[in-house]
Design a protein around this ligand. Structure first.
Ligand code: SF4
Length: 216
């Protein structure tokens, strides 16, 4: 007597697996495109923004760029000359240095998301004013909500003060971390500072490695 085989034929199983892959793949693509669509809409809203007087001087709004599904989001200060001309964050000398720093810890720039505290260039690369920061950070907040990374890493004093909600000195904040809304927040020096103080480069790398460990 032979035992009855109740299993479905292999061809049916293969069909089912293909179907499941299709469904799951579709969901993954949908989630991915939802974030991109939301960011696209936010970017379009921002292009109309004239809340600060510096909006009249901008060549391009610098919204941010990168992988919206990344676990890591970097926040810098504001666009410089090259960023204003190209509409992309961190593309000048400081940006090149940031790319090198990322690659030294095994991170490709295109695998993270990079944005700034303010989206229009302050003339002469001056510091962003309190008014500009308070006008622009609601947009950044929304950007963070959409991306919802595991790690938010502030670059320099302005981004770090905003993320940590404190006026504490950079020397005290760097290398530390807090957790807010399920996101690890950490920070280090701005790459422009590292260009002027190359010896701080190792500290930056240590801070970044420490922060990444928190989300592994
Ligand atoms: S800095 Fe931000 S809030 Fe100010 S005008 Fe530009 S986009 Fe608007």
């Amino acid at each position: 007597m032979r035992l009855q085989n109740n299993s479905p034929p292999v061809s049916d199983l293969l069909k089912f697996m293909k179907y499941a892959n299709k469904i799951m793949g579709f969901q993954w693509t949908a989630a991915r495109s939802d974030k991109s669509t939301e960011l696209f809409k936010l970017n379009n809203d921002l292009k109309k923004c004239r809340l600060c007087t510096i909006a009249e001087l901008r060549h391009n709004l610098v919204f941010g760029e990168g992988d919206p599904n990344s676990d890591i989001m970097f926040i810098g200060e504001g666009p410089g000359e090259k960023e204003d001309l190209t509409g992309r964050p961190f593309v000048g000398r400081a940006g090149k240095l940031l790319d090198q720093m990322l690659s030294s810890v095994g991170i490709k720039r295109e695998s993270v998301y990079i944005a700034n505290i303010i989206k229009c260039r302050p003339p002469g690369n001056r510091n962003p004013s309190n008014e500009e920061i308070s006008n622009c950070t609601p947009y950044l907040k929304r950007q963070i909500e959409i991306i919802h990374p595991k790690l938010l890493f502030g670059l320099g004093k302005f981004a770090s003060s905003y993320l940590f909600e404190t006026d504490a000195a950079m020397g005290k904040l760097r290398g530390t971390h807090i957790k807010k809304d399920g996101i690890i927040i950490s920070c280090s020096y701005h790459p422009a500072y590292l260009l002027r103080n190359p010896s701080a480069g190792n500290l930056f790398i240590d801070d970044l490695k420490k922060a990444i460990k928190c989300i592994e």
